[in-house]
Design a protein around this ligand. Sequence first.
Ligand code: PHE
Length: 474
Amino acid sequence: MENNRGSFGSNLGFILAAVGSAVGLGNIWGFPYKMGLNGGFAFLLIYLVLAIFVGLAVMIGELAIGRKTGMSPVAAYRKLSKKFTWMGYMAVIVPFLILCFYFVLGGMVMRYALSYLTAIFGWDTWGVPVTEFFGTFICNGASVVIWTAIFIALNAFIVAAGVAGGIEKFCKIGMPALFVMLLAVIIYVAVQPGAMDGYKFMFGWNIEPLKTDFLGVLKAAAGQMFFSLSLGMGAMITYGSYLQKKESVQKNAVIIIVCDTLVAIMAGMIVMPACAAFLNGEYGGGPGLLFASMQQVFFNMGYVGNIIGFLFYGLVFIAAISSSMSLLEVITSFKVDQNIEAGKAPGRKKYAIIAAVIIFVFCLPVALDALGTGVENGAPIAYPAELFGIEVKGWNDCWLDFYDMLSEGIMMPLGAMVMAFMIGWIWKIDMVVEECELSGHKFWGKTFFDICYKIITPIGMAFVLYAQIMTFFG
Ligand code: PHE
């Protein structure tokens, strides 16, 4: 049965795939722009505290649940307790919702990377002045749909090829490449005049923003942490189910978190100094930072901007696809495990493709609403509030934010809260300890994690959830 499901070939393969899942648009797009909007250093500080006190415990819990049951989320939760099968279903619905926008963004990133590549050789494929490309591109529904479809096809191809044969193979090459590209861009940006101010914004001690809007910063950092670490849904349970019994769960959890945080900080070390050097210190570009502000940055660099732009969007592409494949894997393995349980053939290829096609349909509104700029500004379809006549609160009115609000905003903190509560009070931490010690590695920090599961995570998440619901519906 083990072979039927597939598994990672080596622990290094597992780590690279799990880091690949964690490192994504969340790190390179979300982290810098949220840091830019939430006071730089203050945001970084809260993020680190949350990663240590909440992220680590949840990561260990999810990997342990996955490996203990050897199943993807639905089957895993059902095995642990029938009453909580709904948690498993939520862990499959969330990746679905995330993919509805993640695939579109991935396709857009691919388009950017390729245009920078051709520009290096003097072939201009932007069609309009680079700095105006974003606005034109998002209103060109057909083009966004095509790039989304190409990106989805790549994902389906890799996931259909299996855990070791597809995902692990890609990440073994992709992740080291991503790291080298990150370093190259960081070094180039660092030697630009004026870059220093960007580092000061990130690392200079300034907790003033916490005094004025502590809750705002906390909420932004908490949402970011879950999304960035791929927690609160099925990804780490699923990858944990492919982890070999002899490997240390705790050590792997620490490595994944350290790598993910490191990449987020490194991305910040590109974007913040670049904004300082090339955009007069405008850090607050918001969601447009990756697609619009950075275009201006590369444009201001002159010809070299084509090379740096290609490296930058190339690495964003690798980061995005290694994350989206983990999301598609959650959905695919859900069906694979169901089939195996029913004594049928796994059908991995078939279900990877079926899932990809269904998600493509749900991606269409995101690809066609021009990220909320509205029909009057050239979007082919209306955004959700207009279509459904609902009132918009606390999220930007577009399909992307609509899907994001449901997944990252509500379901991920809810998932993490219930999971931590279950481990802390119902299944007890001994379940996690037992699984972690199976490999012969001693479980460290039992009291610390017990407090995390019992108190810090549930209460922290209840609080975040409450704040989210109030902003969205209050
Ligand atoms: N962690 C990924 C990112 O930062 C996104 C993701 C979320 C992937 C949840 C898998 C599960 O972009």
